[in-house]
Design a protein. Sequence first.
Length: 78
Amino acid sequence: MSHSPIDASIRENLETYFRDLHGTDPNALYDMVIKAVERPLLDVVMQKAEGNQSRAAEWLGINRNTLRRKLVEHKLID
């Protein structure tokens, strides 16, 4: 099965993460990965949308209010 470049990158980074744990159990892995992916996703999409939150929300398939909340949460806007 072929994986997308993003999928392959995430898999590679997760393998490295687990290898670096040296057998220690991970903690809050889901939240860590979501935060690591969500911030750059929002940042790049907002740049490509030239700061237009309505357009960015549409591209992301989320509500504009949800986008705004996430932008504030990730300190991408005040």
